[in-house]
Design a protein around this ligand. Structure first.
Ligand code: ADP
Ligand code: MG
Length: 414
């Protein structure tokens, strides 16, 4: 178990076939607490896999240093780094059984003398023989006990003799997880491990990974592009874009108080609605000719942006269908999606013709072209300056979104 620290890490891939060099990561600082589950998200190509591969030792950083605990690891071979990686593609050895795939890292972990190797392989060859004919190998017995223990945790016990081609996708991914767990590494690295599974299996395996991580307390770096995985699995989320860290915080911090427009648009589905506004007076907001009142802490923050053009953000749940009044927003329904538990409306505001998405009651019958009225939840407004950065808040935004340290296990159980 260990803390992981990226310190001023840069990665430039050299030019290929006359192309330009690709700068993937720039002076990246990122610290993952001991025992933490950190979810890494960002658009395709932003450098998520590169970050994991740098830590695993499959790539070397162009600048900076990576620490596992107190140890700088960027000059160590992958096997010396005490990290285990799980890939989207499973990467199992096709000719090895489930048991041997799980045990692979254990058998490779320490150099063996030729005599010890012979003893181990004779022991393995004799696994199906009657007990009294088997050659003893204390090490092989320890490894087999560990394989059975890990298989038990992942419900793979009955499948130990199968080959990967005889397994479903979900089972293969559990074997890949088992191989990572078996070695009891200081750090797990998982690169979109569930994205090849169908939705139902994904939900089940997601819960299983979270449960295992909490139980083992192993520091974990988990890449996903799935909103639900990002919001539910980790203690904290790191959002990466164009090689730079955009924000690091708990899922609710990022959802409620995105640091910039990129995070506001990236976290949450459907994305936050964005509208051009002005601050005519402290604590007030002008959308076209409509005036709204801001609540604290944003009312205080708005003083710094008097008269400046700003972008306001509103989540779809902060707009509500309401009876017409002269204070709310008239809009035309463009499109409606019934999702069973709710209805997602796309509406065009009469004020400025801006499109917004609105969460509505699924029972409400609405047809395109119909006029509706929308109330704005005053606490839902967010404000971003012309560079796209959230206005700095004068006060902490309340206990729910305060800068709390994530809840981590107090001691490792593994
Ligand atoms: P992500 O996992 O976030 O989708 P990657 O880390 O795989 O992104 O890739 C980041 C960028 O680096 C991409 O533009 C990709 O094309 C480029 N890249 C990745 N690996 C290499 C490589 N071995 N050589 C050159 N460019 C690479
Ligand atoms: Mg990737």
């Amino acid at each position: 178990m260990a803390e992981v620290r990226f310190q001023q890490v840069g990665k430039i891939y050299p030019p290929r076939r006359g192309g330009a060099a690709v700068e993937v990561l720039r002076q990246l600082d990122l610290a993952i607490h001991d025992g933490e589950f950190l979810v890494l998200v960002g658009p395709s190509g932003c450098g998520k896999s590169t970050l994991l591969r740098l830590l695993a030792g499959l790539e070397a950083p162009s600048s900076g240093e990576i620490y596992v605990g107190e140890r700088p690891v960027s000059r160590l071979r992958p096997a010396q780094r005490d990290v285990a990686m799980v890939f989207q593609s499973y990467a199992l050895y096709p000719h090895l059984s489930v048991a041997d795939n799980i045990g692979f890292g254990l058998r490779r972990s320490r150099p063996r003398t030729p005599l010890q190797q012979l003893q181990d392989s004779l022991h393995r060859a004799g696994r199906r023989w009657p007990a009294r004919l088997r050659l003893p190998s204390a090490r092989e017995e320890r490894i087999e006990a560990r394989i059975r223990e890990v298989a038990g945790m992942l419900e793979l016990g009955p499948l130990l003799d199968r080959l990967p081609k005889e397994l479903s996708g979900g089972q293969k991914q559990r074997v890949a997880l088992g191989r990572a767990i078996a070695r009891q590494p200081a750090v797990f690295l998982m690169d979109e491990p569930l994205s090849n599974l169908d939705a139902k299996l994904r939900t089940g395996t997601r819960a299983q990974i979270v449960d295992l991580q909490r139980r083992l307390g192993t520091t974990t770096l988990y890449v996903t592009h799935d909103q639900v995985e990002a919001m539910t699995m980790g203690h904290r989320i790191a959002v990466l874009n164009a090689g730079r860290l955009q924000q690091l915080g708990t899922p609710m911090e990022l959802y409620q108080w995105p640091a910039n427009l990129f995070v506001a648009q990236f976290i949450g589905s459907p994305a936050m609605n964005l509208l051009p506004v002005l601050i005519p007076a402290a604590g007030q907001l002008l959308l076209g000719s409509r005036r709204f009142t801001l609540e604290e802490p944003l009312a205080g923050a708005s003083v710094a942006a008097l008269g400046q053009p700003l972008t306001a953000g509103l989540r779809p749940e902060h707009l509500r269908l309401a009876p017409a009044t002269n204070r709310n927003l008239a809009a035309e329904v463009c499109h409606s999606e019934a999702l069973g538990n709710e209805q997602l409306l796309t509406c065009r505001l009469a004020e400025g013709g801006h499109l917004v998405q609105v969460r509505a009651d699924p029972g409400r019958q609405l047809v395109p072209g119909e006029t509706v009225h929308l109330d704005v939840e005053a606490s839902g407004w967010r404000l971003f300056d012309s560079d796209g950065n959230a206005l700095a808040l004068p006060l902490p935004p309340g206990p729910a979104a305060a800068k709390a340290e994530p809840q981590l296990p107090t001691s490792g159980s593994g």
